[in-house]
Write a protein that binds this ligand. Structure first.
Ligand code: HEM
Length: 148
């Protein structure tokens, strides 16, 4: 029963985290051009990312916490794809921490001091690191699916 709960929470958290990154990267970002004037896009991104990062913080802690709990309950006897998942999941967590606690506050600070050009520049590494996490997350899920 506990294993089923851990596994279900783990999968739901992974879906929120990866699905959110897919939406942000492939749907939201390419659609921003419809908003005029451009500074409004930055205000929208600040609001969307603030909410998204709160969801990801919960999802990331649940994914990693339940993953470690499942690994511990198996006595750390894991298939290679799950070791890859463990390492990849921890790397994703560190990257997310950097985005949430270092990069995003810079975007907010630039908007607060009325510097949209700086804010736009701070958005670039956020996009890049979200894409890195999306690639790692996709690789670990595909590896778990095909390499059992
Ligand atoms: C410290 C980090 C992590 C650890 C230790 C971990 C561990 C595990 C374990 C032990 C399972 C096997 C569950 C079972 O067979 O009942 C599993 C499954 C799974 N995990 Fe993770 N995980 C971690 C992070 C993540 C992350 C970050 C994602 C995606 C964002 C993810 C996605 C999945 C998926 C999709 C499965 C199902 C795979 C399958 O059933 O073949 N995991 N994980």
């Amino acid at each position: 029963m506990l294993d089923a709960l851990l596994r279900t929470a783990h999968l739901l958290a992974a879906i929120v985290w990866i699905g959110g990154m897919v939406f942000a990267h492939f749907c939201l970002r390419p659609s921003l051009a419809v908003i005029e004037p451009p500074p409004q896009r930055l205000a929208l991104m600040r609001a969307v990312l603030g909410r998204f990062f709160a969801w990801v913080a919960g999802a990331a802690l649940i994914a990693v916490g339940t993953g470690l709990a499942m690994a511990a309950r198996r006595g750390w006897t894991l298939a290679p794809s799950l070791w890859l998942m463990l390492v990849g999941g921890l790397v994703m967590l560190v990257i997310f921490g950097g985005i949430r606690h270092a990069l995003y506050p810079r975007l907010c600070a630039a908007l607060d001091r009325g510097a949209p050009a700086d804010a736009a520049a701070h958005l670039v590494p956020i996009r890049a690191w979200v894409l890195v996490n999306l690639v790692i997350g996709t690789v670990i899920v595909v590896a778990a699916g095909v390499w059992r």
